[in-house]
Design a binder for this molecule. Structure first.
Ligand SMILES: CC(C)(COP(=O)(O)OP(=O)(O)OC[C@H]1O[C@@H](n2cnc3c(N)ncnc32)[C@H](O)[C@@H]1OP(=O)(O)O)[C@@H](O)C(=O)NCCC(=O)NCCS
Length: 151
């Protein structure tokens, strides 16, 4: 089986929300409007993975990342991340941040280090997920991670 990765369009929003809901992930601030990119991974035309990107000055934010439970363990998270990193490099980013809902073992394995959530918010003030975190008050208790953008 081959994973095909492409930029999602607004008509992919239901498929993206279904993938996130299947993984019991938050969907409330997911939007394809504005300066955001969602990558959709498909297997034989079936949605199998999603990864969102938001942007700051020299820094990118990864969000809404999941591989469908039936498709995990095949290395496809690395494919999705490689595509995201290439997009971030093309925009001149040198750093990457994200929030994680759990303790972040996956991200530590990927070379990320924990950072205060306020540091993430300071670097990506216009990112929709940051604005949502500030508006709804969950920033303070959030877990945030940072890595230099892999070259
Ligand atoms: C996190 C997630 C995207 C990983 O996808 P996956 O298909 O299972 O991962 P892969 O098979 O591509 O594994 C890539 C590497 O990460 C490692 N890995 C996978 N899950 C891990 C975890 N929970 N903790 C630590 N390492 C993990 C794998 O061992 C592999 O390591 P290697 O490259 O050294 O061999 C998937 O488990 C998922 O969708 N989880 C639910 C949603 C979630 O937690 N999203 C991320 C937080 S926002």
């Amino acid at each position: 089986m081959t994973l095909t990765v492409r930029r999602a369009t607004s008509s992919d929003l239901p498929a993206i929300l279904a993938l996130l809901e299947r993984a019991e992930m938050y969907t409330t601030s997911v939007t394809l409007a504005g300066d955001v990119t969602y990558l959709l991974g498909e297997v034989e035309g079936r949605p199998a993975a999603v990864l969102g990107l938001e942007y700051g000055e020299g820094a990118g934010l990864l969000r809404s990342f999941t591989v469908h439970p039936d498709d995990r363990g095949r290395g496809w998270s690395g494919r999705m991340l490689a595509e995201a990193y290439a997009l971030l490099r093309a925009r001149g980013c040198r750093e990457v941040f994200l929030f994680s809902a759990d303790e972040g073992a996956f991200w530590a394995h990927q070379g990320y280090q924990p950072v205060p959530p306020q540091e993430l918010a300071r670097r990506l003030p216009q990112a929709p997920q940051v604005q949502h975190a500030l508006a709804t008050g969950w920033l303070t208790g959030a877990l945030a991670w940072h890595a230099p953008l892999p070259q």
